[in-house]
Design a protein around this ligand. Structure first.
Ligand SMILES: O=P(O)(O)OP(=O)(O)OP(=O)(O)OC[C@H]1O[C@@H](n2cnc3c(O)ncnc32)[C@H](O)[C@@H]1O
Ligand SMILES: [Mg+2]
Length: 198
C-alpha cells in the first residue's frame, strides 16, 4: 500500500479535476499541474495508456510530487474507435462545441443501432518522474451517440452520450450521479483499491 496526502493532477482540464477530487474525497488533496506550469505536454502516444504515462511523468518532473494523469476519450464503434485518443483534438483544437458538432455531422446518417460508443478512461499514477512501475487503471462506460445535444452538466462529449442505464444523456446526470457510474468512476474505483483507500 502506498500513502499519499498530496498528488499533482497532470491535467489542464477543470472538468476532470472536479470529478477526480470528488471521487477521491478528502483523504488525498489533488493539486493541478496548472499551479506549476501552463505548458501542456504533447500527447504523442498511440494509446490511452501511453499518453497517461507520458502526462504523469511530465507532471512529476515539473512538480517534484507524485502525479496522477487521466487520459480519456470517446471511442465510437461505427468509426472504428475514433476519435479515441484524439477526442480533445477531433475538430483541430477548436474546443468541445466544435468537437461535438463534428461528431454529430459525421454520424448524421447512421441509424440508432449502429451508434454504439464507449467512454474510456486510463489513470496512471507515478511516484516520481522515472517510476518504473506506474499504477494503471482503466474504466469503460458503454452508451450510444445521440442525434442532438442534450443536458448542461459535465464537459466534453457528455451532451451527446446516451446512458442506457439511466435513459438520459451523460450531461443530464447530476455530477454526483455521473461520478458513481462513469468510465472515470470505474477507473478511480480500481485506483482506490490499489492504494488501499477502500
Ligand atoms: O490532457 P488533459 O490536460 O488531461 O486534458 P484534455 O481535455 O486534453 O484530456 P484528454 O487529452 O484526455 O482528452 C480527453 C477528451 O475526451 C473527452 N472526455 C473525456 N472524458 C469525458 C467525460 O467524462 N465527459 C465528456 N467528455 C469526456 C473530452 O472531450 C476530453 O477533452
Ligand atoms: Mg489532453
Amino acid at each position: 500500500m502506498i500513502n499519499f496526502t498530496q498528488l499533482v493532477l497532470a491535467s489542464h482540464n477543470a472538468g476532470k479535476l472536479k470529478e477526480l477530487q470528488a471521487m477521491l474525497g478528502e483523504s488525498v488533496q489533488l493539486r493541478s499541474i496548472g499551479e506549476f506550469s501552463s505548458v501542456e505536454p504533447e500527447e504523442t502516444g498511440l494509446s490511452f495508456v501511453e499518453n497517461a504515462i507520458l502526462k504523469a511523468r511530465n507532471a512529476a518532473r515539473i512538480s517534484g510530487l507524485p502525479a496522477l494523469a487521466d487520459d480519456s476519450g470517446l471511442a465510437v464503434d461505427f468509426l472504428g474507435g475514433a476519435p479515441g485518443i484524439y477526442s480533445a483534438r477531433y475538430a483541430d483544437g477548436k474546443g468541445d462545441a466544435a468537437n461535438n458538432a463534428k461528431l454529430l455531422d459525421v454520424l448524421k446518417d447512421v441509424p440508432q443501432a449502429d451508434r454504439g460508443a464507449q467512454f474510456v478512461c486510463v489513470l496512471a499514477l507515478v511516484r516520481h518522474a522515472d517510476d518504473p512501475l506506474p499504477i494503471l487503471c482503466e474504466g469503460l462506460w458503454h452508451g450510444r451517440i445521440l442525434t442532438q445535444a442534450s443536458g448542461e452538466h459535465g464537459f466534453g462529449y457528455d451532451p451527446l452520450f446516451w446512458v442506457p442505464e439511466r435513459d438520459c444523456s451523460s450531461a443530464e446526470l447530476s455530477p454526483g450521479d455521473k461520478n458513481q457510474i462513469s468510465h472515470r468512476a470505474r477507473a478511480m474505483d480500481l485506483l482506490r483499491q490499489r492504494l488501499g483507500l477502500k
